[in-house]
Ligand binder design. Structure first.
Ligand code: 5AD
Ligand code: SF4
Length: 470
């Protein structure tokens, strides 16, 4: 969970972000849309006139957290009203999309429900919510509370959103693709984010140039299925992700490129080749596999088997020998046997991951997986997750330890917890902390890595590179 804050203007908005990087990106864009209306970002909900919960629906506990937070906000709103003031509550993101009117029924204090495709309409929705609130204050009876927009409009929201302002410490996200047509049987994304859509090439390149002009030296291309990108170019041809990466790497000032998140089915030959040919493309790839069992992969409708994934890993490593891999895993999918789970453990051992995200299967209403009868008990899921995370944790530590003693460029991102410390990222997305001047934040500096730990590395700045960067 991440919070967006800023203070100082007339009205204030607090945006709480749950879930994935797409949501973090969208929260920044909502802040951009609200800024011209006079909204600055608040430090906490109790300092805000408007609170937006940008929600995640991917696992059950993610949506339940939203309802508990809404309960707390209802109390803040009630106290405010007792003092003659108000609080506007908006629910955005995938819970908004999936549950729509249900949200207002379950928590009538909610004023606005806005789906991920409609953020550009926030100003209109706010005006409508304010009109409704004024009518209610004057004792009018209204057919329903709350203002809703959860359409999937024909036009992309990108056609309406203002240019992004979000370059942080030299890093920026660039959303190039949204939605998903894969329909994995466990996943809500195709229902909450809609059909796959790729932004046109010209719009992506223009935004990349804007980000570089605003100080970005690292760009992460974002999409729910980013390597399914097929954007239309001005000459009517279609570009895949590989071509887009080559072009963006050619923009003067782009030192680092990354993309996330990918599907194994969309790793084509050209994209694999790009990993070996474009030096700015960082040697780190997040490639979710979910399971190492062919039977479970089939039941998940992943549309590939374990061999396809292992073959991709071999080819990617042949193209870029120092490539570090990360993945997502689900344990306890309905019907997963001990043997299926062993297949996943063996796949992890065979590949060796630098990092990973792993989850217990969460039954999501409306997905085909939820209708399967052989759901596993919580205790089995918990035991499997613990074993899997122990293995992945060892691999992550081993990977960090393997880099100790080497020197590598680090992009510094923020101040560390201890005074005088700054934290940055290696090409392999490892966190590194060093003694260093905060002026180096946003710059790439050579660091000698001294010690590898479970989640980070310690290092020391290589003196010559400090002067070069400063
Ligand atoms: N249960 C558990 N994990 C899930 N994910 C998506 N849907 C579910 C679910 N129903 C995980 C997948 C995906 C990541 C973003 O979230 O591993 O790659
Ligand atoms: Fe969900 Fe599968 Fe699409 Fe990923 S590829 S967003 S897991 S349906």
């Amino acid at each position: 969970m991440q919070d967006v804050r800023m203070t100082g203007q007339h009205k204030r908005v607090f945006i709480r972000t749950y879930g994935c990087q797409m949501n973090v990106y969208d929260s920044d864009r909502m802040a951009d849309v609200l800024r011209p209306l006079g909204y600055a970002l608040a430090d906490a909900p109790d300092q805000a006139d408007l609170v937006v919960l940008n929600t995640c629906h991917i696992r059950e506990h993610a949506s339940e957290k939203v309802y508990s937070e809404l309960g707390r906000l209802r109390d803040v709103k009630r106290d405010r009203r007792a003092e003659g003031r108000d609080l506007t509550i908006a629910v955005a993101g995938c819970v908004a999309q999936a549950e729509g009117e249900e949200i207002v029924k379950r928590q009538p204090a909610v004023d606005i429900v806005v789906g991920p495709q409609s953020y550009h309409r926030l100003p209109e929705l706010l005006a409508e919510a304010e009109r409704k609130a004024a009518l209610l204050r004057n004792g009018k009876r209204l057919p329903g509370a709350g203002v809703l927009d959860t359409d999937f409009p024909a036009e992309s929201k990108f056609d309406h959103l203002p240019a992004p302002l979000g370059v942080r410490a030299g890093s920026a996200f660039l959303s190039i693709q949204e939605g998903c047509d894969k329909f994995c049987t466990f996943c809500v994304v195709p229902y909450t984010r809609g059909a796959e859509y790729s932004r046109p090439v010209a719009a992506v390149l223009a935004e990349a140039r804007q980000l570089v002009a605003a100080g970005a030296i690292e760009i992460t291309l974002l999409g729910q299925n980013v390597n399914a990108y097929h954007g239309e170019a001005a000459d009517g041809s279609t570009w895949g992700l590989a071509r887009l990466i080559r072009e963006i790497a050619g923009i003067d000032g782009v030192a680092r490129l990354r993309y996330t998140t990918s599907h194994p089915r969309d790793m084509d030959d050209e994209l694999i080749a790009v990993h070996g040919e474009v030096p700015q493309l960082m040697p780190y790839l997040h490639l979710p596999v979910q399971s190492g069992s062919d039977r479970i992969l089939e039941a998940m409708n992943r549309r590939h088997g374990r061999d396809l994934f292992l073959g991709l890993v071999d080819r990617l490593r042949a193209a870029r020998p120092d490539l570090a891999l990360s993945s997502d895993f689900i344990v306890g999918f309905p019907g997963e046997s001990d043997a299926d789970f062993d297949d996943t453990m063996r796949l992890i051992e065979q590949v060796g991951f630098a990092s990973a995200f792993s989850f217990k299967y969460s039954r999501r209403p409306g997905t085909p997986g939820a209708a399967l009868t052989d759901q596993l008990p919580e205790s089995v899921k918990a035991a499997r997750l613990a074993a899997l995370q122990a293995l992945l944790g060892r691999q992550a530590r081993d990977f960090n330890v393997s880099k100790a003693g080497t020197t590598t460029p680090v992009l510094f991102a923020e101040a560390g917890r201890k005074p005088g410390q700054i934290i940055g990222k290696t090409p392999w997305l490892q966190s590194v902390y060093v003694e260093g001047n905060p002026r180096l934040i946003g710059r790439i500096v050579d660091v000698h890595l001294t010690e590898g730990h479970a989640n980070s590395l310690a290092g020391r700045i290589v003196t010559g590179s400090y002067e070069a960067a400063a």
